[in-house]
Ligand binder design. Sequence first.
Ligand SMILES: Nc1ncnc2c1ncn2[C@@H]1O[C@H](COP(=O)(O)OP(=O)(O)OP(=O)(O)O)[C@@H](O)[C@H]1O
Ligand SMILES: [Mg+2]
Length: 330
Amino acid sequence: MKSRQCYPRGLGLAFAPDVSATSAPSPRPLIQALFLLVSPALDIQSVTKRYGSLQALGGVSLQVQPGEFFGLLGPNGAGKTTLISIICGLARATSGAVSIMGHDVVKDFRQARRALGVVPQELVFDPFFTVRETLRITSGYYGVKGNEAWIDEILANLDLTSKADANMRSLSGGMKRRVLVAQALVHRPPVIVLDEPTAGVDVELRQTLWKFVRRLNEQGHTIVLTTHYLEEAQELCGRIAMLRGGQVVALDRTSTLLNSVGGLSLKVLARQGSGESQRLVQPLRHASELESQLAALRTQGYAIEDVELVRTDLEDVFLKIMKQPESGAF
Ligand SMILES: Nc1ncnc2c1ncn2[C@@H]1O[C@H](COP(=O)(O)OP(=O)(O)OP(=O)(O)O)[C@@H](O)[C@H]1O
Ligand SMILES: [Mg+2]
């Protein structure tokens, strides 16, 4: 049957949280052995991409296991969309290989494409069709027949039912983005890649969308998400890769990344002598370190103007990894 892919529903889900490319080896050899029997949902091997003299990807390798909710983060121009374009066959890697559910995206393009649903970053749509027609055409592209019940379910879950017969060009930007999400799901792909699906989308839809995507993940779908909303990535993703300048600069479980910068951040507004006020940030492992850190600042001649103690979040980790000046420790 063309409309549904064979993929290990229960398997992926049950074992996904235990996968980590860089953390210590899992103490569960049985689970590791089972992974060897199941193709990764996404297998990216030493992928490079050149645009003329620009090296957009400089040898990216990572694997996403079936059932994972995986985050691909990075600043503008890091190479996220380039990697996704290679995954979905819109661009060719200069070197390296990518496979989806065991299907090479070049040699086995059709199978790879069927296993994948991509929500592109750019809004692309045909203005002459209604929302429902657009979804029927996309179903036809994948050879899926009799898809009306699923189309209705997708429309309802994305709060698009009332717009089903509206022409695409009459929709607002946020609504067009919802249709892009719907299009990525019509063939029930086991692997769903979302390239900034919530850019320009209102708060209500974001919550509706995440509820739906989370449910798809619970049902066994593998989700790969890129977003600049780091709080969304922190809440949703079990593992995260961070790209910078076309290279993977971090790849770990979200919890491990959060712990890597300490559980707390001490944020201080302070002035040294007659200089300008400065914002200083210091990670703390425990609240008991607070007094000694403040004392250290006073010893260095700082007059403290404001103090804030906050839980470390993914933004702190991201800034530290990307070496932004804001995260400079004192
Ligand atoms: N078709 C293209 N031709 C030439 N250069 C390109 C092309 N597509 C992307 N690039 C360049 O490759 C680099 C990576 O771009 P990419 O779109 O992958 O970044 P991104 O991580 O998705 O960024 P953003 O967060 O802004 O979406 C950038 O320097 C970009 O200018
Ligand atoms: Mg992009």
